[in-house]
Design a binder for this molecule. Structure first.
Ligand code: DQA
Length: 144
């Protein structure tokens, strides 16, 4: 089983970006964490990050045939992007929407997600563990 882990805008700045909200771990540490969990689960992960909405749309659209699930932190695009929502709906791969922070305890504009209605599951507020839970969930679902 291969899982595509996608991180959206500004997540390349993890570690220095609002550490009180997002923690001090860097993007490469987050990706290493995902790789470690994947090894434990006997699955494969490929991690990518982009600040560009269209690139995320392309990666999601090209995922079928290469990946069996997606872990998606679309970051700010979560709250704005019909295009990413439509890409997730189109590919019909089980997708877990993840957030490092608890978006529901933050500003009201973060409470709205265009992705949640097409996601298989949503994990928000557990830092790196949000990604770990998403990978564990997809691996378990794949075995059902
Ligand atoms: C985020 C939450 C979003 O509201 C924000 O725009 C991000 C990161 C998170 O992981 O907590 O960039 O997706």
């Amino acid at each position: 089983m291969r899982i595509l882990v996608l991180n959206g805008p500004n997540l390349q700045l993890l570690g220095m970006r609002e550490p009180g909200i997002y923690g001090t771990g860097t993007l490469s540490q987050l990706e290493e964490h995902c790789a470690r969990v994947a090894r434990e689960l006997g699955i494969e992960v490929e991690c990518r990050q982009s600040n560009h909405e269209g690139e995320l749309v392309d990666w999601i659209g090209n995922a079928p045939g290469h990946f069996q699930g997606i872990v998606l932190n679309a970051a700010a695009y979560t709250h704005t992007s019909v295009a990413i929502r439509d890409a997730v709906a189109a590919v019909r791969l089980p997708t877990v929407e993840v957030h490092l922070s608890n978006v529901f305890s933050r500003e009201e504009y973060r409470h709205r997600s265009y992705l949640a209605e097409v996601a298989w599951a949503v994990v928000s507020g557990m830092g790196f563990l949000s990604y770990e839970m998403a990978l564990r969930g997809l691996a378990a679902r794949g075995k059902e």
